[in-house]
Design a binder for this molecule. Sequence first.
Ligand code: BTN
Length: 271
Amino acid sequence: MNIMPSNFEVLNLALDLKILQPQILHTEQISSTNTYFLQHHSYPNGTVLLADYQTGGKGRHGRMWHSPPEQALLFSVLLTERCNRAFLHVYTFLAAVAVFEGLEMLGGGAFKLDLKWPNDVLLEGHKLCGILVQNRLVGNEMSQIVIGIGINVNQPANFFIGELSQGTSLNIALGRKLDRVEVLKQVLVGLDHWLFILGDSGEIAIFNRWKALCSSIGKRVLVNDGRQIYTGIFKDLSNQGGLVLETGGHCRVFYAADVTLTKETSDVGCN
Ligand code: BTN
């Protein structure tokens, strides 16, 4: 049985959801919403945990994810059903699609979003959202998947300096502050929709939508795997969500763990 910690409250956002739980857990402060779900196993499939502030927010590749209190949208979604190891990779793409669509709806055409392989949502070329999908294994079986999403909502421009200079926020793009719960609602509706589609139509539907929203597909890109920089055409996503790069007449597949990607800025028309 789930015993609710005393510093959690329950938000009822009155959303029409199929997969996600209608009641959202909220806390003012936590180490990391992802870590919490990985350490507490009694919550039902589709539980969402929202935090105003994380003291130890996790990013990819062991990095920290920093956001000042009450300015970013920081939440995780717990999945305990259909947790198949073979499909883990698809959740990153699913979350990116849901965030893209939710924020585009919110922006009403006021800004241009893009997807950057494998897990970023960009606004005018700057990072607006990061996604971290983690899983818990019991023996060889995957028992739970956690989709962690951090969206920069109300941070001012002077937050994005130094190592954060690649970031941006909705506040900067729109010139006004937003209600984080309104942003959350848009994204949850999208997540719920795409989780349903995944169950109904499978991974291919997610990959196809991601590819349709990613402006780099079919364009010339640079892929840096930490050892070497490759140039080629971003042809496709592999079945495992890898980046398929056509280079020198053959295709090479890169995986999320060891690749960074930057578009060429020279004469190939990438933007
Ligand atoms: C990245 O490195 O781009 C991924 C960042 C993911 C951050 C989110 S914030 C909510 C959730 N809880 C965490 O500790 N991390 C994710």
